[in-house]
Design a protein around this ligand. Structure first.
Ligand code: EPZ
Length: 419
């Protein structure tokens, strides 16, 4: 079993380069199934979710060449099956994008029930509602989902909840449908805009991505012969911004879009941290113990749930009592028990956690329950006194490329050990 061993405290200092966004990449790769041609995707994060998706696409007949560790050329002209490998698709969440993409391509698909981080109930009723309104029939079986459509026809779809996955999935299915689809109450995250930009580069006609009404005029086909660069990862950038404050450090975070980070910048300034915005890079530094804060996670442009645990680490040692209300996921406070093992004083109940700020954390063995919990525990390890061992690295490797190397380059004393 692998673990990360971190000896702290070490103020994180220097420069860190942000990779392409995981949550854009895991949608853009399935979106290549809509193309009858070859395209090149760069700034692709080299993380395990991307590697599994590439394997799935290859098993379905795609040809993939890795030009560098962050660039692939993918040829989806010879997709030869309507069944995605069930064992691989059930390993992670974003496999549900294969449904929208294959409905668009051939009108038929079966995938394993999407897995992914265990954050509480993760229904996909809005995805299904969208597919059905476009003319598909969807069957949820024991461990599988299959969808079929003779012909997809554009329609108006009102999302009952703001859902990143359902917005992207319906967008994928609608790109080659007959007529116009309108998605109302759409999610607005940067990766939604990125997937729409990718599809438009390939010949789709999607307007309004990034607002809550997206209009998709169906087109005959998508061409290849394009190169597309994945948007920088808002959540990875935010993780390092919060790591700078938690570790009492000073970081220049490069290759990011600072507009996407405004909600995090605002909170860092509110608690007494320092931020300088250079447009495509951002400097964040600590100068005094953070003040308490009240945070509520919300869909973009609100404070992202995917940075809630990392913010929790900052508030664990803030001056005073802070409150976090998690409004997206039922079970995203599992990391608080691990922080309590490190000396934090956090009481979590349902969707609310109360953080009684302590002076400092101490190293301990801790277990990541999901991807962002894992990132938060690494950040906590750099801030804590003594040795922290972080277990369950498979969660972290799903979404952060080379994480220990990046932390080491900015001064962390961190090592991956195989027990
Ligand atoms: C995406 O998950 C991300 N995953 C998550 O990131 C992120 O936490 C989440 O969006 C919210 O930002 C990927 O992009 C692969 P949702 P997704 O559909 O699409 C409810 C990470 O750490 N809902 O926006 O699955 C749902 O229960 C991961 O990188 C329905 O009720 O999330 C939740 O309360 C974890 N019915 C809310 O909507 C549906 O059909 C938002 O979910 C769909 C969702």
């Amino acid at each position: 079993m692998e673990k990360l061993v971190i000896t702290g405290p070490t103020p994180l200092k220097g420069e860190v380069e942000i990779n392409g966004a995981k949550n854009a990449a895991v949608a853009i790769l399935p979106a290549t199934l809509l193309i009858d041609g070859v395209c090149t995707i760069n700034n692709l994060p080299n993380i395990s979710d991307v590697q599994i998706l590439c394997k799935i696409l290859e098993e379905m007949g795609a040809k993939i060449v890795w030009n560098t560790s962050n660039e692939i050329t993918i040829d989806t002209r010879n997709i030869n099956t309507n069944q995605a490998p069930l064992d691989l698709t059930s390993k992670f969440r974003a496999s549900y994008y294969l449904i929208g993409a294959m409905l668009g391509r051939t009108g038929e698909i079966e995938v394993g029930m999407p897995g992914g981080c265990k954050l509480g109930a993760r229904p996909i009723d809005q995805h299904i509602k969208g597919f059905e309104l476009l003319g598909a029939t969807v069957e949820v079986g024991k461990g599988t989902i299959s969808a079929k459509a003779k012909c997809l026809t554009g329609n108006s779809i009102y999302m009952d909840v703001v859902s990143v996955g359902a917005t992207i999935n319906v967008m994928l299915a609608a790109v080659l449908a007959k007529g116009t689809t309108i998605i109302d109450n759409a999610a607005k995250e940067p990766h939604i805009v990125d997937v729409a930009n990718f599809l438009n580069t390939m010949g789709a006609d999607i307007r309004g991505a990034g607002t809550d009404v997206i209009k998709i005029n169906g087109v005959e086909k998508l061409h290849g012969d394009c190169t597309y660069s994945v948007v920088p990862d808002q959540i990875e950038a935010g993780t390092f911004m919060l790591a700078a404050i938690a570790s009492k450090g000073d970081l220049l975070i490069k290759n990011c879009i600072t507009k996407h980070l405004e909600c995090i910048t605002a909170k860092i300034l509110e608690i007494g941290g320092n931020v300088e915005d250079y447009g495509d890079s951002i400097r964040v530094w600590y100068s005094k113990r953070p003040n308490k804060a009240i945070i509520k996670t919300l869909p973009y442009p609100g404070f992202p749930t995917d940075l809630q645990p990392q913010m929790g680490v900052v508030l664990a040692t803030a001056n005073g009592t802070s409150i976090i209300n998690e409004s997206i996921w039922e079970s995203r406070f599992q990391y608080t028990e691990e922080l309590n093992k490190m000396g934090a004083k956090i009481t979590a109940q349902g969707k609310t956690a109360i953080f009684e700020g302590v002076e400092s954390l101490s190293g301990a063995p801790v277990y990541s329950s999901d991807l962002r919990a894992g990132a938060a525990l690494i950040v906590a390890g750099t801030a804590a006194n003594g040795v922290t061992e972080v277990y369950n690295l498979e969660h972290i490797d799903r979404g952060y490329e080379n994480i220990e190397e990046k932390f080491r380059q900015i001064g962390a004393n961190i090592e991956r050990v195989n027990e």
